[in-house]
Design a protein around this ligand. Structure first.
Ligand code: AMP
Ligand code: ZN
Ligand code: FE
Ligand code: FE
Length: 288
C-alpha cells in the first residue's frame, strides 16, 4: 500500500540530511509522498521539490512553527503553504532572529558555567538561518564538553536546566492565521507530546485543519486516541516520523507510514479551501 511521511527535517533547520539526501532515502524506502517541515523556515522546499520531481515522489511544501497557547508550547505544521508568501517569509525572518539571539544567550549561559563554547562555533555547525538547541548540543559534543547530544540536553539545555533559555513564541491562533493567509492547512504536530487536549476545541474554533495522529513518539493507543478526536472535530488526520537525519542515531524517515488515503484527503481539503478562498483583489489601476 502506498504510504507517506509528512514530518521531516533537513539541514535547513536541525536535521542533518540535505533535501537531496532526504529525498534519496524516501525513494529507497518506497514512500509515495513526503512533506518537508523544517522549523520556522520553508527555505529547503525549493530544492526538495526539485529532488522529489526528479525521483517521481509527490512533495508537499510545509513548515513547523513553534507556538504557544495558555503557556503551553505547541508545534503547528503548515501544509501546502505558498513558499513565496511575503507575510509568511517576513514573519519567519523574525522567528529566525529569535532563534539566533537565543543561541547567543544559551552560549553566554554556558560561558558563565565555565564552558568556553563560542556562538560562532554553533552557527558554523548549524549553517542555516533557523538554528536551535540540537545545534548547541552538537557543538557541545564537538567541543568535547559533552559525550552525546542527549547528555547536553540533560545537563544544560532541557527546560529549567542552567543553559535553557525560553523562546519567544507566536500565539497558536496567530500561527494558524499566518498559515491560512499563506494558503496552507494548519495541523497540530505530535499532540501526544504536549498532552494538552483541552486546547484542541479552541484551536478548532480558530480554524485548525488537522491533527498529527501518527508520530514516532505516539504509542498505538495514543494514535487511536487522536484519530478519534480528529474524527469528532472533522479534522484531517496526518502523520510522520519527525526524522532529523542522523542526529538521533538511526534516521527515522519511513518508520511512521501514513496510508496514502490520508494524503488524498489532505489534498482534497487544501483544494476545497483554496477554491473557497476569496480571489486575490485585482491590482489597483494608477489614476490617469
Ligand atoms: P528548539 O526548537 O531550539 O527549542 O529545539 C527543539 C528541538 O530539540 C526539537 O526538534 C527536538 O527534536 C530537540 N529536543 C528537545 N528536547 C530534547 C532532548 N531532551 N533530547 C534531545 N533532543 C531534544
Ligand atoms: Zn527539530
Ligand atoms: Fe515538533
Ligand atoms: Fe519536527
Amino acid at each position: 500500500m502506498n504510504s507517506a511521511d509528512l514530518h521531516l527535517h533537513t539541514n535547513f533547520s536541525d536535521g542533518t540530511y540535505t533535501p537531496e539526501e532526504l529525498t534519496g532515502r524516501a525513494r529507497q524506502l518506497g514512500l509515495a509522498a513526503v512533506a518537508l517541515t523544517d522549523h520556522d523556515t520553508v527555505e529547503g522546499c525549493t530544492r526538495m521539490a526539485a529532488a522529489c520531481a526528479a525521483a517521481g515522489l509527490e512533495f508537499i511544501p510545509a513548515t513547523e512553527l513553534t507556538a504557544e497557547f495558555d503557556d503551553n508550547e505547541l508545534h503547528l505544521l503548515g501544509y501546502f503553504v505558498d513558499t513565496g508568501n511575503q507575510t509568511l517569509l517576513t514573519e519567519m525572518v523574525r522567528f529566525q532572529k529569535v532563534r539566533q539571539d537565543r543561541v547567543r544567550e544559551m552560549v553566554a549561559r554556558l560561558n558563565q558555567l565555565n564552558i568556553p563554547l563560542e556562538a560562532d562555533a554553533v552557527f558554523a555547525l548549524a549553517s542555516c538561518r533557523s538554528p536551535g538547541r540540537p545545534h548547541v548540543a552538537r557543538a557541545l559534543v564537538m567541543g568535547r564538553f559533552c559525550s552525546s547530544p542527549d547528555e547536553a540536553f540533560e545537563r544544560f539545555l532541557k527546560k529549567n536546566r542552567p543553559a535553557w533559555v525560553p523562546k519567544f513564541k507566536i500565539s497558536a491562533l496567530d500561527a494558524i492565521a499566518l498559515i491560512h493567509q499563506a494558503g496552507g492547512l494548519a495541523v497540530m504536530a505530535h499532540p501526544g507530546l504536549n498532552r494538552t487536549d483541552g486546547i484542541i476545541p479552541d484551536l478548532v474554533e480558530a480554524g485548525l485543519d488537522g491533527l498529527e495522529c501518527f508520530h514516532t513518539k505516539h504509542t498505538p493507543s495514543t494514535s487511536e486516541h487522536y484519530v478519534r478526536i480528529a474524527k469528532e472535530f472533522n479534522l484531517a488526520i496526518t502523520g510522520g516520523s519527525d526524522c532529523h537525519g542522523l542526529s538521533k542515531g538511526k534516521p527515522l524517515i519511513g518508520t511512521v507510514r501514513l496510508p496514502y488515503e490520508y494524503v488524498e484527503q489532505l489534498q482534497a481539503r487544501s483544494r476545497s479551501k483554496r477554491s473557497r478562498a476569496p480571489a486575490p483583489r485585482p491590482a489597483l489601476r494608477a489614476p490617469h
